[in-house]
Write a protein that binds this ligand. Structure first.
Ligand SMILES: O=C(O)CCC(=O)C(=O)O
Length: 262
């Protein structure tokens, strides 16, 4: 499965520019022959949270129209990173996933809101897991801060996801957390983990870039620098079974002991 991550700078509080950019970038990325194209977090507005009432996508309509049309035209699967969506007076940090026919397969609202960037003040948290199948392969995506919650990634691996995607707006001062956590999630879940970050900056943060594709053995098979990039790799999905065969972590789990913290 060939994947291409779109690492981009997001124009702060400027959906018009971001929609135009994303449309152009998806069309170019499709020329890499990708089976799956993935966008970063909050690509429509950036973290202009105080302006969401006027700039968030109403019921996600503009995003859905664009991604569905491009997926169908280009015959490519698209994991739509995430966008700020306004729905029934609430705001969500939401992912939409499309298959090659342009059909909406799933949507996901970020479950763990990031207080350090005031998400908890402006956004409503999701409550649902996120699993979908692309070309017959079970996969999952969460969003940015969700990466720190190993239980959440494990939940999706246990439900059969062989690829875990993490669209993000991860700041540069914690680049070492980003790289380490992505590798750790791949090693512990023995599956592919793909981090798609933004680069550039907003008034308060410099973003790290360094989108990363990690195999089930925890090896980095592709990594971007801190500039706008397409990051591509071919995922050999047989490596999931190979890694699990070498060290049977899933068979050796003791889930009866893990309920103690509730
Ligand atoms: O966990 C972090 O350090 C970054 C998280 C973040 O930036 C986000 O969730 O938007």
């Amino acid at each position: 499965m060939e994947i291409t991550c779109i690492q981009m700078a997001v124009a702060f509080g400027d959906p018009k520019t971001n929609f135009e950019n994303v449309a152009t970038k998806i069309k170019t990325a499709a020329q890499t022959g990708a089976d799956v194209i993935i966008l970063p977090e909050m690509w429509n507005t950036g973290y202009a949270l105080t302006e969401l009432a006027t700039i968030a996508d109403e019921e996600g309509k503009e995003t859905q129209y664009l991604l569905s049309k491009l997926a169908e035209q280009l015959k490519v699967n698209i994991i739509g990173g995430s966008v700020a969506v306004k729905e029934e007076g609430e705001f969500y940090n939401r992912t939409y996933v499309y298959d090659r026919t342009g059909k909406l397969l799933s949507q996901y609202d970020k479950v763990h809101l990031f207080g350090l960037m005031a998400e908890d003040k402006y956004l409503t948290a999701g409550r649902m897991e996120h699993l979908f199948e692309l070309d017959g392969i079970k996969q999952s995506s969460s969003i940015c801060y969700d990466l720190r919650f190993s239980e959440w990634q494990r939940h999706h691996a246990l439900k059969g996801a062989h690829v875990l995607y993490v669209p993000a707006q991860w700041p540069e001062p914690r680049l070492h957390h980003w790289r380490t956590l992505l590798q750790a999630r791949a090693i512990e879940n023995q599956c592919f983990v793909v981090g798609i970050n933004v680069c550039g900056n907003n008034p308060e943060n410099i973003f790290a870039g360094h989108s990363l594709i990690v195999n089930p053995w925890g090896e980095i098979i592709a990594e971007a620098d801190a500039e706008e990039r397409f990051l591509s790799a071919n995922l050999d999905l047989e490596q999931v079974a190979e890694a699990r065969g070498r060290i049977p972590v899933f068979a050796d789990r003791r889930p009866e002991l893990y309920q103690l913290d509730k």
